[in-house]
Design a protein around this ligand. Sequence first.
Ligand code: GSH
Length: 203
Amino acid sequence: MSNLLRAVRGVSTGSMARLFGSQQTRSPLVNWYCYEADIPLQMRDPQPSPHPFGQVPHLSDDGGVEIFESGAILLYLMDKYGGMNTPEERAKYTKWVVFANATLEQVCFGHKMSGAQIASPGRTMDKLEDILGKSQYLVDNTFSVADVAVGSYLNYVPIFFGAQNMSRRPNVAAYMKRCASRPAFAKAFGEGHAKSVMTKITG
Ligand SMILES: N[C@@H](CCC(=O)N[C@@H](CS)C(=O)NCC(=O)O)C(=O)O
């Protein structure tokens, strides 16, 4: 589905999502997807927020939808605006969003933010390196919500843990920079965040 058609769907349903969050948190990954897919979104301060556990991000949508967990928000927006018709089609993307939240998060942040392992030897990153050696983006070689989820987590690493020598993972390094060079990424996360990926990821 074209970005234009996505925008038309958003407007024609008259729906407007409200995102509770701020730039220093996980919420910009939702903004990134919305900018890429022309999904209409209004920002709200992080607090007070309807999030049941008092965190961000949280999304409230017309029609009474209240949704928390960044991955769940991405999948909701994909369902609403992404033009997917079948479970088989959705599965190509949902697996990557869940992977980012359930598996990659640990590799990027470690136990209790103890440190990133994206440059260290390890099965998950070795496989990602392999996959990204064959394809510029994760699904059908086309930028999608899968890259928003995976690229966001990877690109938090230089912000939280500083420079990373990715010489054993050149394909992942190139992917991180490819994601950070998208105008919608810098718009969502900030120019400084995008620049950090460009300068602190080497190899
Ligand atoms: N798994 C959750 C994590 C949410 C989370 O940890 N949010 C942080 C900001 S990135 C937060 O709200 N921290 C403040 C707090 O826990 O009170 C998600 O992906 O949405």
